[in-house]
Design a protein around this ligand. Structure first.
Ligand SMILES: [Zn+2]
Length: 386
């Protein structure tokens, strides 16, 4: 058994213990509430639950490459519903699959004309009856969100009336609408029409401050910064990064997403996406929030270790499945001297190999806690696990 710092489901950094279970997995047990602030081991990182990538396309990658490492869950935002259901039934190496099913679009609209969008992976909606039928079909397959493609630069998009019909049908099915908004004014239009999430940080144009404010108050943005340029930057990347910086500064809810399957993106955690998030002003703890880690106290959650000398300097890109070398045994000589003040971390001895800390609170003070998101499509499933 080893004492650790961990990030709980509310985003707070707390103390706990980790031990190996009979199935070979690590199990985390929270310390009693009155021990929350005590520091009886040096800080060298936090234990968290596995992360989620909120924007992938499993039909465009070799899903077998998606090893259950630090990613424990993905949201597929556009695929042939039967294929993605098959992925969910036989998850690629332990990764839990949530999905939207087919892209809903206007007749002839994006991505119906794309080589990468095979027959069955989109539905072209001509009227409100088509909208309800498509939403009902995806809901019957087990979709947790509805995806609407609204790319005005690439062809026709749904009329306001038809977009609203999709939103209404999705709301009756208890599903939020995630929109791909591209083209002048589309991010604003889909927000006004009732979309709850954007599949991409807006990248067509800089949003005006009032518009950013409205998004921050009502929308969740899936980041996908690195899909613009794949490390080379460019105008769309810069526009998206600046929009995300403004949205985040206003308290908007950011989710980590890569658009995996769209170009040369690494299968797994993308360090370039994380670097881009840092460039938009997200701290390591903000990044962890965007990665929506699974509740580490649930027995089924696989644990991940994020190294760092304190919570302000966690190296999120270096996150790895928790392993024995990441743990300091309880009662190790690296513990604090008697009488060390509550809530502080002692200077680690040079002999224990850990980076000495400066004696400040490793939790970086009381961070913001994340409220439960009513639009979280996976919320009912998470409840089930508890
Ligand atoms: Zn996509």
């Amino acid at each position: 058994m080893s004492t650790v710092w961990f990030r709980d489901r509310d985003g707070e950094i707390r103390r706990g213990t980790v031990s190996a279970a009979a199935d070979g997995q690590w199990r985390l047990t929270a310390a009693a509430p009155d021990q929350r602030g005590t520091a009886d081991a040096p800080f060298h990182g936090v234990v968290v639950g596995q992360f989620t990538d909120w924007h992938v396309h499993l039909q465009l990658v070799d899903a077998g490459d998606l090893a259950a490492g630090v990613l424990g869950r993905v949201l597929d935002l556009g695929a042939h519903p039967e294929r993605v259901v098959a992925h969910r039934a036989a998850p690629p190496r332990g990764v839990r699959v949530e999905f939207a099913g087919a892209f809903l679009t206007a007749p002839g609209g994006y991505p119906s004309d794309r080589d990468w969008a095979p027959a069955g992976s989109f539905r072209e909606l001509a009227d409100a009856a088509d909208a309800s039928a498509a939403v009902a079909e995806m809901a019957a397959h087990g979709a947790s969100v509805i995806k609407v493609a609204s790319n005005a630069d690439a062809g026709p998009v749904l009329s306001d009336e038809l977009f609203r019909a999709v939103v209404a049908a999705a709301e009756s099915a208890g599903l939020p609408v995630v929109a791909h908004a591209e083209g002048a004014g589309e991010a604003t239009r889909v927000r006004r029409l009732g979309a709850k999430m954007l599949a991409h940080t807006p990248f067509t144009e800089r949003l005006e401050p009032a518009e950013l404010r409205a998004h921050a108050d009502t929308m969740t943005w899936i980041s996908t910064l690195d899909v613009h340029g794949w490390g080379a930057g460019g105008a769309a990347f810069e526009t998206a990064r600046e929009n995300l910086a403004g949205f985040h500064a206003l308290g908007g809810e950011v989710r980590y997403g890569t658009d995996l399957g769209n170009g040369p993106l690494p299968v797994g955690l993308n360090p370039r996406e994380l670097a881009a998030l840092a460039g938009a002003g997200l701290t390591p703890r903000d990044m962890l929030t965007a990665l929506t880690p699974a509740d580490p106290e649930l027995p089924d959650t696989r644990l991940v270790f994020v190294p760092g000398p304190d919570t302000a300097r966690l190296d999120v890109a270096a996150a790895r499945p928790l392993a024995a070398p990441d743990l300091v045994p309880s009662g190790s000589p690296a513990g604090p001297p008697a009488g060390s003040p509550l809530g502080s971390v002692p200077r680690a001895s040079a002999a224990d190999g850990h980076t000495p800390t400066d004696g400040t609170d490793p939790t970086g003070g009381t961070g913001p806690t994340e409220p439960t998101d009513p639009t979280d499509p996976t919320r009912p499933a998470a409840k089930e696990q508890r």
